[in-house]
Design a binder for this molecule. Structure first.
Ligand code: PHE
Length: 443
């Protein structure tokens, strides 16, 4: 291990923007609206907000605390706190690589569609053809991972923080501008009603489970991204207010994304999944006045949101290689490209370009399987063991002592944190896992 002075964020705002950038991504703008659509609209939004507060927030605080305390990447962090738990750190690094490999494919589509909207080549029927085009799929993946690598290689302050300080405010402005345009569309009222009026009859077990899964994915929890970003924090920083700021920003953007998407598509129009953004939205853009400009801004918004997330996914592996193996950042990025492309290229080809990859089991292709294994199972298992580790191995009071440095008022709430991390969150995660496995094998 090397002992060079460790990188730190330049300011607390810089950290909040970077961590919010990690959290705010395709999960908010693309996944949240269609998960809401599939789970009863407004009622799902309410349950989601509740779950973010009782599940997302305590886990976020837990990860930031482990990172800030150890000042290390997830492998180094678990190794230094309890040798027998180092495997959990490796799981985090593997999770980052696994998620980035296929997330980068979808992120690449946003750039592909940005280019299409600029050249006036948007066609709702063109999505299938685009997915089946192997050179384009690989090209945009490599481009996106390459840009991500360039930002990460430039460093914590000069790369990640600087990028977030520019892109996050821009993302917010784009979002507000697009919402204003969306509200003036003919479908707006119908869409908003579906989105915001809770229909209590739509609640079922799967609503709660979908909310838990969405919260982890959207908040970037369960794979050490927040351990890593927390490791660049200072002892005097307030972890509680930092976690509140990141969680609130992420939730705000998810809710705003619904205010953008639903007025455009109206009530439940079109299919969910990838086609919500790449087909249904495009159908609408093609019919609206100024649709081309709206499309350009919309795909720019998506690409920006995706980039600040892919950067955090890559940073987990880079921090590991830098801390534990003493590599330079550019070298670490270069090494990570190997597994990223080895997994990313099959994912890119698995939506029509190569038949054998597109239908592996039960109609699911390589990308779907990667999402299930890493985005779904991996994050939930990662978060479950993080909670167990923090409460039952490291000890809630040792963790609380770390939080108290910078947030002296936290002492009164330690019991709530313990209750949530030690009982409530594990109980929810175990139900989520059991339900998911049941669905996969029985459904
Ligand atoms: N939170 C990101 C999103 O919503 C995805 C992500 C998951 C990023 C896990 C990092 C870690 O798109």
């Amino acid at each position: 291990m090397t002992n060079k002075a460790r990188a730190h964020w330049g300011s607390k705002l810089g950290f909040v923007l970077a961590a919010a950038g990690s959290a705010i991504g395709l999960g908010n703008i693309w996944r949240f609206p269609f998960v809401t659509q599939q789970n009863g609209g407004g009622i799902f939004v309410l349950i989601y907000i509740l779950f973010v507060a009782i599940i997302g927030f305590p886990v976020m605080l837990g990860e930031l605390t482990i990172g800030r305390h150890t000042q290390k990447n997830p492998v180094g962090a678990y190794k230094s706190l309890a040798k027998g738990w180092v495997w959990l750190g490796y799981l985090c690094v593997a999770g980052g690589i696994g998620i980035l490999s296929y997330y980068g494919v979808v992120a690449g589509w946003t750039v592909g569609y940005l280019v299409k909207s600029m050249t006036g080549d948007l066609d709702p029927q063109g999505f299938g053809k685009f997915l089946a085009n192997a050179p384009l799929q690989i090209g945009y993946l490599v481009l996106f991972i390459g840009i991500t690598g360039a930002v990460v290689a430039a460093g914590v302050q000069k790369g990640i923080e600087r990028m977030s300080e520019v892109l996050l405010p821009l993302l917010f402005v784009l979002m507000i501008g697009l919402i204003i345009r969306a509200f003036t569309l003919p479908n707006a009222m119908e869409g908003l009603k579906f989105y915001l009026m809770p229909d209590f009859s739509k609640i079922s077990a799967s609503t709660f489970l979908a909310a838990t899964g969405q919260a982890f994915f959207s908040l970037s929890l369960g794979m050490g991204a927040m351990i890593t970003y927390g490791s660049y924090l200072d002892k005097k920083d307030n972890l509680v207010t930092s976690a509140i700021a990141v969680v609130s920003a992420d939730t705000l953007i998810a809710i705003l994304a619904g205010l953008l998407i639903f007025p455009v598509i109206g009530h439940g129009l079109g299919k969910g999944g990838p086609s919500l953004v790449f087909v249904t939205m495009i159908e609408q853009f093609s019919q609206m006045q100024g649709g081309q400009i709206v499309a350009i801004l919309f795909f720019l918004l998506l690409a920006i949101a995706a980039l600040t997330s892919t950067v955090s996914l890559m940073e987990v592996g880079v921090a590991y290689l830098v801390d534990e193996h003493g590599l330079s950042r550019p070298k670490a990025v270069g090494i990570l490209m190997v597994p990223l492309l080895a997994l990313g290229i099959p994912a890119a080809l698995s939506l029509g370009a190569v038949d054998s990859l597109s239908n592996i089991v039960g109609g699911k292709g390589f990308l779907d399987i990667m999402d299930f294994v890493f985005g779904n199972l991996g994050l939930t298992i990662g978060a479950l063991f993080m909670c167990i580790f923090l409460v039952y191995r490291w000890g809630i009071w040792k963790a609380a002592k770390e939080v108290l440095s910078g947030s002296p008022g936290f002492g009164k709430y330690v019991w709530v944190w313990k209750l949530l991390l030690g009982y409530v969150v594990p109980a929810f995660i175990v139900s989520l896992l059991v339900y998911n496995l049941y669905q996969t094998f029985a459904g």
